[in-house]
Design a protein around this ligand. Structure first.
Ligand SMILES: [Zn+2]
Length: 395
């Protein structure tokens, strides 16, 4: 800046480029991971004197009396203030130490909108609930669409989106680079299963203890709720779970204690089936009006409690449980009914005279560290249930 002032003229572009470079280099130096690969310094040795690295700059903050220059290490070389461990630290940082998590939650992208609520998206948006729309989101739409296409074409493995810590337990959320709509495409199934399989064998190889299949990754039509993998790899050391056991406990807990009769609407999912079975065993009458589902469930309920499972089209109690309860079905519910969802997707609230419970979820333990995402459509229910359970185990 002083040169143009002294000379009386200068290049506007030069000033802009200088400021941009300065900003970039400053951010890079504080980003806490090594950005520049080793081959750059090997191919252009003088670069070592002209450009610093994050590891170089970290020594200035930890040792205080070395590595003074912010961008150009040449001055430290001239005045002999260069920290002796600089090169060694740079190489050690490049190798890195990859931590193996104890628990991995394998989820996937849901919608473009929800990506903004992820930590890799926009930090202030990530701290808001997913139904909270920010006006400037439409501006990011073209970029988001492009990223979706790129993920579809080049996304060949799951990636880490979140690392959490609960007491001694390390947890990570891995994301399959596919969106909700891709899970509904039959021709995509094989490639999605391949991505899941790869993530499982990666977790198994690295010594992960538990891997939970989240959202559509555990869909029955896709891979039989994970059975495809357990059959293919009977010697898996990593435990594959789908969180359905815990989700069932949460649904059962939210059913009022004095309930005598419930209506199981549709109810094709594992959680809905397990909830109905447990209710029958508890002596609560479960009424269904779908013959096929009723016949299927009857085979699963213990003989001593089959009397509590009833097929009827005209008896409709006030407690409704199910995965999906559409508008027409909701309109048929008696006044003052309570709707209890068994899936991760909440019901559309169309009745003002009824109570809608939230989708099964548990409070995140206070000891959880590094939570930076408020919610992504409740994607994390299963994992949070799982985390809570593990917390009980270690406590
Ligand atoms: Zn600094």
């Amino acid at each position: 800046m002083l040169i143009p002032i002294y000379m009386g003229y200068g290049s506007v572009l030069g000033v802009v480029l200088y400021l941009a470079y300065n900003d970039f280099i400053n951010n890079m130096g504080h980003c806490n991971f090594e950005l520049l690969p080793k081959w750059i310094f090997q191919r252009f040795p003088p670069l070592k004197y002209l450009m610093y690295t994050p590891s170089y700059h970290s020594l200035r903050h930890t040792k205080f009396r070395t590595n003074y220059s912010l961008a150009m290490p040449i001055f430290d070389y001239i005045f002999n203030t260069m920290d002796k461990s600089t090169d060694e630290l740079y190489e050690r940082t490049l190798i890195g130490t990859e931590e193996t998590p104890d628990v991995v939650h394998l989820t996937h992208m849901t919608t473009l909108q929800s990506t903004y609520h992820l930590r890799v998206g926009i930090a202030p948006v990530a701290s808001r609930p997913s139904d909270n729309h920010v006006w400037y989101m439409w501006m990011i739409w073209p970029m988001a669409c492009l990223s979706m296409v790129l993920a579809w074409v080049y996304g060949s493995s799951a990636f880490v989106v979140e690392s959490l810590k609960l007491k001694k337990i390390m947890m990570q959320t891995w994301v399959i680079p596919r969106y909700n709509f891709q899970y509904s495409l039959i021709r995509e199934r094989e490639s999605i299963n391949r991505l899941i399989e790869q993530a499982i064998s990666d977790a198994d190889g690295r010594g992960v203890k538990v891997l939970s299949l989240g959202l559509f990754n555990q869909e029955r039509q896709l891979n039989g709720s994970g059975e495809l993998f357990t059959q293919k790899y009977p010697k898996l050391r990593v435990r594959l779970v789908d969180g359905s056991g815990l989700a069932t406990v949460v649904v059962l807990k939210s059913t009022p204690l004095d309930t005598k009769r419930v209506f199981l609407c549709g109810g094709g999912s594992k959680v809905a089936h397990a909830t109905a079975t447990a209710l029958c065993e508890r002596g609560v009458q479960v009424i269904m009006n779908q013959k096929k589902e009723y016949d299927m469930l009857k085979l699963r309920v213990a003989e001593s409690s089959t009397a509590y499972l009833k097929f009827s089209s005209d008896e409709i109690p006030q407690i409704w449980i199910g995965d999906i309860i559409d508008d027409k079905q909701q309109m048929g519910a008696p006044r003052g009914s309570t709707f209890i969802p068994t899936s991760q997707f909440p019901f559309k609230k169309i009745r003002k005279d009824c109570t809608y419970l939230s989708n099964p979820a548990m409070k995140i333990p206070e000891a959880m560290q590094n939570v930076h995402t408020c919610e992504v459509l409740a994607v994390y229910i299963c994992s949070h249930c799982l985390f809570a359970k593990i917390d009980d185990l270690v406590a």
